[in-house]
Every structure is written in structure tokens, then in C-alpha cells.
Design a protein around this ligand. Structure first.
Ligand code: ADP
Length: 502
């Protein structure tokens, strides 16, 4: 192949490779940024929901405290009123009320376990609270308590320590905020070890994505986002990236295949161009030899240089045979070009094979005899007729015999047989010549193909003879095959369907 074509293929290949690498890189970047985007969106949603929950908690506390403020107004009825307040405020589990000095006013006696230490809580309360009131979240045990100074409308400010009920929180806030969320994602409240405290839906078949912290009202919990396994936006992005990669891979594959096919085509074409130019040279040479002989002998005869009648007759014979050979050559080439142009027509009629065989052998009688060939022709008696174009089959046979003569060395034997084999009639032409290497046998029927690709064997030829044979036999719905061994000889077999079995 030419340098220019190779360069062109290289350039296309390189361009596709660069394209593939660039596409892979940008796909990777796209996937990373899409993942980031999806994650940010998820985080935004979780943060917003966490804020909403926090606000709701603060609001519930505020409302509870406002009512407690009223309940503690009357110091004498404090216990009963706070009991009543507690009954209607399930949001709080436990409530303790201290006087400013530290005396526990509620409950008396302390019901569930020892009350929280007044001193500890007082340390967390800014002094200003004692005058104007205020509240704050203080850590208590492993939870958090809402500590508030109730000052408004009281003679002496009181310290209320309220502990939230998990049940109440769940029912009044979490259920309301989280259960109403739509979409595939699940938002669940988890503790520090990611154990779910509350989840609106079961978390089986979901994947943890991320979690965000609440504010100071819920310091030990987090809000976690879960996505259904395999369906999360992250997986979707990943799947899309995969799909794209696969599609692109397919595209690159198709380009590579196309490139390969184009490369082969160009190589075949340039090989064909070379074979054609060989063909022209070979045919011209083949035509020259018989022409030179005809000319030489006719000139000799013209000048009356032949010594006697016998020699003269021999010269006439040479001229006749060489012109026959010339017409055979020309017929071959013309027929070949007709076949190539799709214009070769066969006139099929049931005909006997024997006369065809004998006619061909007769045509070759002189060269065979002259070159000292031992010839055996064996046509089985009572052969069935074959539906054939007798001229074409004769031409095919002549090509095989011509080759057998051409490609024989010192052992000059030719055997032509015609016999019946099942539904077929076989015509075989065998020689003991140079033979054909096994790996070339499949190619000898291709047009322009010549073993060794040149005339290294010292024999000229056009390379279309066997292609013609194969075409003719194919047109008769027959088969042609070769068995050959280098140095031993070759046997070409034409199988034609017998007419009566058709
Ligand atoms: P060519 O004009 O070269 O003989 P063919 O198509 O008739 O073209 O044959 C193709 C090639 O097959 C030949 O070039 C030759 O190398 C090989 N070949 C054909 N017949 C024989 C044979 N009887 N013995 C050895 N080689 C043969």
C-alpha cells in the first residue's frame, strides 16, 4: 500500500483515538460534577428539613413554657396546676421547678429518680435571666433539657427544667414533618451511632447517603438521608455514565471496524491493480509466442525453404496448432472479460461428455506427443448425458489439460478420466508435475492468481484459466476441486450433475 494511504489511515486512527480519550475524560468530569450536584441537592433538602424540625421543637417548647408560666402564677396551687399542665403537655416527659434558692417546688416528692442538680443548671443560666426570664438548652445526662427562668408576673423568679418526651417529640413533630415528604428519598432521625430513632418508612433496601446535624435543641441526633438501593440519583448518574461509555465504546468499535474494512478494501484494490498489470504483461507475452512461431514457419514456407513435402506438412501443422492455441488464448481472455461484465451466456442442452473429451485431447495431441507425454484417456462406457454447454465444458477441460502440460516437469504423464459417481459425472485431469502447495490450493481458482505470484517457475500464464474453469463449472451447478502435492502432481476434478437425475 502506498505511503500516502498508510498516512491517511494513521491520521484517522489517531483522530479517533484522541476523540475516544477526550470523550472518556470529559465523561468522567461530567459524572463527578453531576454526583457533586446531586449530593448538594440532597444536603440542601436534608438541611432544610432539619431546620424545620428544630424550629418546630423550639416552637413547641415555647408554647409549653408560655402555658407553664400561667400555671405557676399562683404559688399555693402550683403543684395541682403544674400537674394539670403536664397532663395536657405530652411533649414534656418530666418537669422540675426550683425556687431561686434551690428548693425543689415540683414535683414533691420527686417521682422518677433524683431531680437534676440545681447548682449545675444554675451555672448554665446567665444571671440576666433571673430578672427578665429566658430559656436555654442545657446538657443533662445523655440528653438535653430545656431550662427556663419564669419571671414575668411572679414575685420571685422560678427555674423550670423540662425534659422532652421522645414519644411526644415523635408524635407531635417528627411524624408531622417527615412523613409528609414525597419522593423516593427517606429522611430519618438517627443517633450518634447512626441507629435510626425515627423513620417514616422502613429503611430496608435503602442506602445511607448523608446526614446533617440539628441545632442546639437536638444536639445528639442527626437527620440522615437514605435513597432506595440502586435507584438513587447517584446510581442514576452512574448508570447514565455507563450507558454513555457503552454507546461511545460501540461507536469507536464501529469506527475501528470501518477503518479495518476500508484498509482491507484498499489493500485488495491495490493488490488487484498489481495483478491486472501482471495480467496484461503475461497475456501479451502468451500471445507473442504463437504469433512468432506462425510468422517464422509461414515465412519459411513462403520462401520455399522447406526441404521436402513431409517437412512442409509439419510446418503447416505447426501453423494450424499455434493459431488454434492463439484462438484458445484469445477466447479465454474474451470469455473472462464477458464473465467479468456479466455477459457470458451458456446454452445448456443434454449432451454426452465423451465427444467433448476426445475433441479436447485431439486438439492437444501434437503438443503432448511432441513433449513426450504419456497420455491415458479413460471414459467410462454408458456415461449419462450432462446438461451442458459443450463448448464451455470443452474450454474448461482444455484449460486443465493446458495447465497439466505447462506445470509438468520431467515426469510427463497425463491422465484424463470421466466416470460416474452417484448423481454426478466426474471428469478428472491428473498430472505428475510440480504440484501446488497446500495453502495456495484454495486460491488458484481466484482471478489473476498465480502460485508464487510470478513466472518464477518459468511458465507464463494469465492467471485467469482456472477462474474461468470455476465460473463455467459453477454455471453448470457443478463443482471443481484440486488435490495436489508439491513435487508429486495435481488432480483437478470437475463434478457435473448427470442430466437424468435433474
Ligand atoms: P495460469 O495462466 O497462470 O496458468 P491458471 O488460472 O490456469 O493461470 O492457474 C493458476 C495457477 O495455478 C497457476 O499460475 C499455477 O501456479 C497453478 N496451477 C494451475 N494448474 C496447475 C497444475 N496442473 N500443476 C501445478 N500448478 C498449477
Amino acid at each position: 500500500m502506498k505511503r500516502r494511504e498508510l498516512l491517511l489511515f494513521g491520521a484517522v486512527f489517531l483522530a479517533s483515538a484522541i476523540l475516544a480519550v477526550l470523550a472518556a475524560l470529559s465523561l468522567r468530569q461530567w459524572e463527578a460534577s453531576a454526583q457533586r450536584h446531586v449530593r448538594e441537592q440532597a444536603r440542601d433538602m436534608a438541611t432544610m428539613t432539619a431546620e424545620k424540625i428544630e424550629m418546630a421543637v423550639l416552637k413547641a417548647e415555647e408554647e409549653g413554657l408560655a402555658r407553664l408560666q400561667l400555671a405557676v402564677r399562683d404559688r399555693a396551687l402550683l403543684r395541682e396546676r403544674v400537674d394539670a399542665w403536664k397532663a395536657e403537655t405530652p411533649f414534656f416527659d418530666r418537669a422540675y421547678i426550683f425556687a431561686r434558692g434551690g428548693t425543689l417546688l415540683y414535683p414533691a416528692p420527686p417521682s422518677e429518680g433524683p431531680p437534676p442538680s440545681f447548682e449545675e443548671i444554675r451555672r448554665e443560666i446567665p444571671p440576666g435571666f433571673w430578672d427578665r426570664g429566658g430559656r436555654r438548652h442545657v446538657p443533662l445526662g445523655d440528653g438535653v433539657a430545656c431550662a427556663a427562668v419564669l419571671a414575668e408576673g411572679l414575685d420571685e423568679p422560678l427555674l423550670a427544667v423540662l425534659l422532652r418526651s421522645e414519644q411526644g417529640l415523635r408524635r407531635e413533630i417528627l411524624e408531622k414533618t417527615l412523613a409528609g415528604l414525597e419522593g423516593q428519598s427517606v429522611l430519618a432521625v438517627v443517633d450518634r451511632t447512626n441507629r435510626a430513632i425515627y423513620s417514616p418508612r422502613p429503611l430496608d433496601d435503602t442506602e445511607y447517603v448523608l446526614s446533617v446535624a440539628f441545632g442546639e435543641a437536638l444536639p445528639s441526633w442527626r437527620l440522615a438521608l437514605y435513597e432506595p438501593a440502586g435507584l438513587s440519583p447517584r446510581d442514576t448518574v452512574h448508570r447514565q455514565a455507563w450507558l454513555f461509555t457503552a454507546a461511545f465504546g460501540l461507536l469507536v468499535g464501529v469506527i475501528a471496524l470501518g477503518l479495518g474494512a476500508a484498509y482491507r478494501l484498499v489493500r485488495r484494490e491495490s493488490e488487484m491493480a498489481r495483478l491486472k498489470s501482471d495480467f496484461v504483461a503475461n497475456v501479451s507475452h502468451d500471445l507473442k509466442t504463437p504469433l512468432a512461431l506462425i510468422r517464422m514457419f509461414s515465412e519459411t514456407l513462403e520462401m520455399n525453404r522447406a526441404p521436402d513435402e513431409a517437412t512442409r506438412r509439419e510446418y503447416y501443422g505447426v501453423i494450424t496448432r499455434e493459431s488454434e492455441r492463439l484462438s484458445r488464448l484469445i477466447d479465454n481472455v474474451l470469455d473472462f472479460s464477458r464473465i467479468e461484465g456479466g455477459r457470458r451466456r451458456y446454452e445448456l442442452a443434454p449432451s454426452p461428455l465423451e465427444p467433448v473429451v476426445h475433441e479436447v485431447m485431439e486438439a492437444f495431441r501434437y503438443p503432448l506427443a511432441q513433449q513426450g507425454f504419456k497420455v491415458s484417456v479413460d471414459v467410462e462406457p454408458d456415461l449419462p448425458d450432462v446438461l451442458m454447454d459443450a463448448d464451455a465444458i470443452g474450454q474448461a477441460l482444455a484449460n486443465l489439460v493446458d495447465n497439466a502440460i505447462k506445470y509438468s516437469d520431467t515426469r510427463r504423464r497425463l491422465s484424463v478420466t470421466a466416470r460416474r459417481a452417484g448423481p454426478d459425472v466426474l471428469v478428472e485431469v491428473a498430472d505428475e508435475g510440480i504440484g501446488i502447495p497446500a495453502d495456495e490450493q484454495a486460491h488458484v481458482f481466484e482471478k489473476f492468481y498465480r502460485v508464487g505470484r510470478s513466472d518464477t517457475q518459468g511458465r507464463r500464464g494469465s492467471g485467469v484459466g482456472l477462474a474461468l474453469v470455476a465460473h463455467i463449472v459453477g454455471a453448470h451447478r457443478g463443482r471443481v476441486s484440486v488435490k495436489s502435492q508439491v513435487g508429486q502432481g495435481s488432480r483437478f476434478t470437475i463434478a457435473l450433475p448427470a442430466a437424468e437425475t435433474r
